[in-house]
Each structure stands twice: as structure tokens, then as C-alpha cells.
Write a protein that binds this ligand. Structure first.
Ligand SMILES: C[S@@+](CC[C@H](N)C(=O)[O-])C[C@H]1O[C@@H](n2cnc3c(N)ncnc32)[C@H](O)[C@@H]1O
Length: 218
């Protein structure tokens, strides 16, 4: 499915955080869809800085929490979580580990928690992982053959304290509407699903076609 990510052919996306610091995310010109930052990832990255994640003024709920990102691509969401104080394990297929690791290095000065990049193919054994406090997923309902394995991995990783936050862009072409329907049918068998209303997304980076969902195990 994915081809190697070419680290010699990069371009950068900059994203300003609430505190004025700037995340610099390298994207690759050559490779599969995970080589670039998707809009649903930006929406989720910025949602992590909204009042929904504020414990007390200046303190983010992710501080000190264990976070695992699935299908991270460039790693932007997990890196943001690490900048907000989380201990992030940022995962994708093996080919993406060097790009995620590069982006962790580039943003190291902003990271107040920790971040590591790892291979995690959906549907494979995850018994090595402790159930994280949060699982973050941006725009991963994309591949017909991977919908079932993705839901399996989310389910295998969670226990009843884990909060899953999943953003996606609602697509109306090809088989995407069908895939999204199938994904939520499978998720709803195991999780309570709640949509985060648009007014609670980032005040600037929000869009009617980008959804942020929260899953908690039934
Ligand atoms: C549309 S991209 C989204 C990337 C990133 N989350 C974002 O929104 O910018 C989907 C990601 O899922 C990853 N992916 C696809 N199939 C996978 C699988 N079976 N196991 C793990 N990751 C997978 C891809 O490599 C890709 O990085």
C-alpha cells in the first residue's frame, strides 16, 4: 500500500500554537497519503489546545498522560500532544517511522512530555502495549481493507479508562461514505460514540466537513 518515504525531498508545514510557538512538520513529496498533513489532523491538533483540554488555566489535560497515535503519517497530532506534556507513542506503518522520528527531532525543543515513533500495523498483536489514557486518530478511515483491522486495534488497545479521539474528513466520493459508515457500525458495537460539536473545535481551524468524535468503551 505505501511506498517508501523520501526524506531527501521534503517541504514544511508550519502551525502556530496558542502560546505563539510554531510546530514545523516535514512532509514528503514522494510516498503514500501519510506523507502529508491532512486537514483532519490540523483540526485535531488544534482541538487539543481548546478549553475541552484545559484542566486549570495554563495546564492541559494531556500533561503526564500516556497517548498513542494511530496512522500518524507525519506525526503532527502526537507531537502536539507531547508538546502539551503527554508521553506520546506515535505509530504508523514501518515506512513512516523515519518521517515521524524526523518530525519529533525537529520539534524536540517544544516537547515538554516525550515522544517516540514506532511501527504499528493495524490488526497485529498489541499485547506489548499498556492501555493508553488517550488514543488519537486523524483521517484513517480511508482504506477498505483496513477498516476492520483499525477497529480491532483500537479495541485491543483500550480499557475502560481510555478515551479515543478520532477526527475525519467527511468525503462524498467513491467508496468513502460506505467506509465511514462501516467504520462507525463496527465502532458502535464496542464504544459509546459522541460527536464533539463544531463550536468546541478550534475557533479558526474548523469546518463543517471535519468531524471530531470521542469513543469510550461500553
Ligand atoms: C490519510 S493518512 C492520515 C495521516 C495523518 N494521520 C494525517 O491525518 O495527516 C492515513 C494513514 O494511515 C496509515 N495506515 C494505513 N493503513 C495502515 C495500517 N494497516 N496500519 C497502520 N497504519 C496504516 C497510512 O500509512 C497513513 O499514514
Amino acid at each position: 500500500m505505501s511506498q517508501s518515504v523520501d526524506l531527501d525531498n521534503l517541504f514544511t508545514r508550519e502551525l502556530e500554537k496558542n502560546d505563539g510557538s510554531v510546530l514545523c512538520i516535514n512532509q514528503s513529496v514522494v510516498g503514500d497519503v501519510g506523507c502529508v498533513v491532512w486537514d483532519a489532523a490540523i483540526a485535531l491538533t488544534l482541538y487539543l489546545e481548546t478549553p475541552d483540554f484545559q484542566e486549570t488555566p495554563g495546564s492541559n489535560k494531556l500533561r503526564g498522560k500516556n497517548v498513542l497515535e494511530l496512522g500518524a503519517g507525519t506525526g503532527i497530532v502526537g507531537i502536539q500532544a507531547a508538546c502539551l506534556g503527554a508521553n506520546s507513542i506515535i505509530t504508523d506503518l514501518k515506512d513512516f517511522v523515519p518521517l515521524m522520528a524526523l518530525n519529533i527531532r525537529v520539534n524536540q525543543a517544544l516537547i515538554t512530555g516525550s515522544a517516540i515513533a514506532r511501527e504499528l500495523r493495524w490488526g497485529t498483536d498489541v499485547t506489548d502495549y499498556q492501555p493508553p489514557d488517550y488514543i488519537l486518530i486523524a483521517d484513517c478511515v480511508y482504506y477498505e481493507e483496513a477498516v476492520g483491522p483499525l477497529v480491532q486495534t483500537i479495541t485491543d488497545l483500550c480499557d475502560d479508562h481510555t478515551v479515543v479521539i478520532c477526527s475525519y474528513e467527511e468525503r462524498t466520493t467513491g467508496n468513502k461514505p460506505e467506509l465511514q459508515k462501516k467504520f462507525f457500525e463496527l465502532v458502535e458495537k464496542v464504544f459509546h460514540v459522541e460527536e464533539i460539536p463544531l463550536e468546541r473545535h478550534d475557533p479558526v481551524y474548523r469546518s463543517e466537513d471535519i468531524h471530531i468524535m470521542k469513543f469510550i468503551m461500553k
